[in-house]
Design a binder for this molecule. Structure first.
Ligand SMILES: [Zn+2]
Length: 250
């Protein structure tokens, strides 16, 4: 289906992770004929299924698959729409007083009882490319991965710890490795459903002691660039970190 790549110019996001696509030349998808829950410009809208026009020739795909079908800018808006719909559904009552919240702006709700304002706040997570100091990188497969590819150690930042401390803790908990030289590389909004990923590199001090804890990770090891397993796909930060490591090796 490579011929479909970047063919669509319009997208409607009608539920977390679900995107309806249309070819803008044939169909002006968002023309104000139905209410958009969030205004994201002309090309992308977040709306209800029942609000889509019945005569629309639409293609339904998962949000992640839409990365291949939409221009980068439209994909990013679709991802934002998906996150806003998640927030719309899951943050409905004031955490302070329990009153039903009211929408104030596109990105805020207000409590009519106590006046508290609430903004969408993604969960913060780290992801780390660990090398063994000898030209190999740690690639892992987690039980939660939907596809048979290999990615990187990742985990949520806990209250009271820095992102760097989270890197050291997650790597130790999941792989029994101690890491040094923890360095921040890049961040990424990750809308599955609603996370901010912070990407790091680190070096293992005891690579020979790699051992997966029961539970999250099911496969993996240290790999050289010439013998890689199937890799996580773009636009994941895992793949960006892996590609940077590979580029530096060549
Ligand atoms: Zn309140």
């Amino acid at each position: 289906m490579e011929s479909d790549a970047k063919n669509y110019s319009r997208a409607a996001v009608i539920g977390e992770g679900k995107v309806w696509l249309a070819d803008g030349d044939k169909l002006p998808l968002y023309d104000g004929r139905w209410p958009a829950l969030f205004d994201l410009g002309d090309a992308v809208c977040a709306c209800r299924r029942e609000d889509l026009p019945g005569d629309a020739a639409l293609t339904s795909v998962e949000l992640r698959a839409s990365y291949r079908l939409l221009a980068e800018e439209e994909y990013e808006k679709a991802a934002k729409a998906s996150e806003l719909l998640f927030w719309e559904r899951t943050v409905r009552y004031c955490p302070r007083c329990g009153t039903a919240l009211e929408r104030a702006t596109n990105i805020s709700k207000k409590c009519p009882q106590c006046g508290a304002e609430h903004f969408p706040s993604p969960a913060t997570a780290i992801i780390v490319l660990v090398t063994d100091g000898n030209g190999r990188a740690l690639l892992v497969h987690a039980r939660s991965f939907k596809h048979p590819f290999f990615g990187l150690v990742a985990g949520f930042v806990e209250t009271g710890e820095s992102a760097e401390e989270c890197v050291r803790r997650e790597v130790m908990e999941e792989t029994s490795l101690r890491v040094r030289d923890v360095r921040y590389v890049a961040s990424q909004s990750w809308p599955f459903p609603f996370q901010l990923m912070l990407g790091f590199t680190a070096t293992a001090e005891n690579p020979e002691e790699l051992r997966f804890a029961d539970g999250e990770l099911t496969d993996g090891g240290f790999y050289t660039p010439d013998a890689l397993p199937p890799l996580a796909t773009p636009p994941s930060l895992a793949r960006i970190l892996i590609d940077r490591w590979l580029a530096a090796k060549l």
